[in-house]
Design a binder for this molecule. Structure first.
Ligand SMILES: N[C@@H](CCC(=O)N[C@@H](CS)C(=O)NCC(=O)O)C(=O)O
Length: 200
């Protein structure tokens, strides 16, 4: 199994998950910030040139959430995903898709308009609107985590990996949400999270 990874990107999600699973894997570094994803050799593996990509024998996947769902179901013995008919399977799907569908869009806008776009294209109004939007999303997460250790209650799952690694993009945006902030801090102390961070 091989993961194509770049630090500070969505490929941290499957990387952390692989460390939680404790399985052996190879890692290849693709510096997408310096356009290395667009090299022909990598485009043959992932035609978009993005990270992450996971190659598992004859299966190649290049969508972070899908890779995480795939690995969690493949290695069911680690119990990082509720069983298919378990009552909390629906909530698990909800939080897995909440990340790319709901959390990411305002955060990506903030990235674009503070760092990635050339200065003349950056818009303060987009940053302000996106921060407001993300505040509502953070409030929902904060509320959903009250009296819980993990997003599915007392059960650590891959949905926590998806959420926490996304909160990591702009931790300052959740500093006013005590429950969410504590959740982020606590889960970032997991040994697998720290091992994944060491993979530069
Ligand atoms: N929806 C994809 C998005 C992948 C993606 O856009 N990855 C970024 C890094 S977080 C990337 O590789 N960007 C480089 C590029 O777009 O060329 C996923 O969740 O895996």
């Amino acid at each position: 199994m091989k993961l194509y990874h770049c630090s500070n990107t969505r490929s941290f999600r499957p990387l952390w998950l692989l460390e939680e699973l404790g399985i052996s894997y190879d890692i290849a570094f693709i510096d997408v910030f310096n356009n290395k994803g667009q090299q022909q050799s990598y485009l043959k593996i992932n035609p978009l040139g993005t990270v992450p990509t996971l190659v598992d024998d004859d299966i190649t996947l290049y969508e972070a959430g899908a890779i995480c769902l795939y690995l969690s179901d493949k290695y069911t013995q680690h119990n990082l995903a509720p069983r298919i008919n378990a009552p909390n399977r629906g909530h698990y799907y909800q939080w897995m898709f909440f990340v790319p569908g709901t959390m990411e869009p305002p955060l990506v806008n903030i990235f674009l308009h503070t760092q990635l776009l050339e200065v003349s294209k950056r818009r303060q109004s987009v940053i302000d609107d996106s921060k407001k939007r993300f505040e509502r999303i953070a409030a929902v997460l904060d509320h959903s985590l009250r009296n819980k250790t993990y997003i599915l209650g007392e059960y650590f799952s891959t949905a926590d990996i998806m959420i926490v690694s996304t909160l990591d993009w702009f931790p300052e945006l959740i500093s006013n949400f005590e429950t969410l902030n504590n959740y982020h801090q606590t889960l970032s102390q997991r040994p697998a999270f720290k091992r994944a961070l060491l993979q530069k």
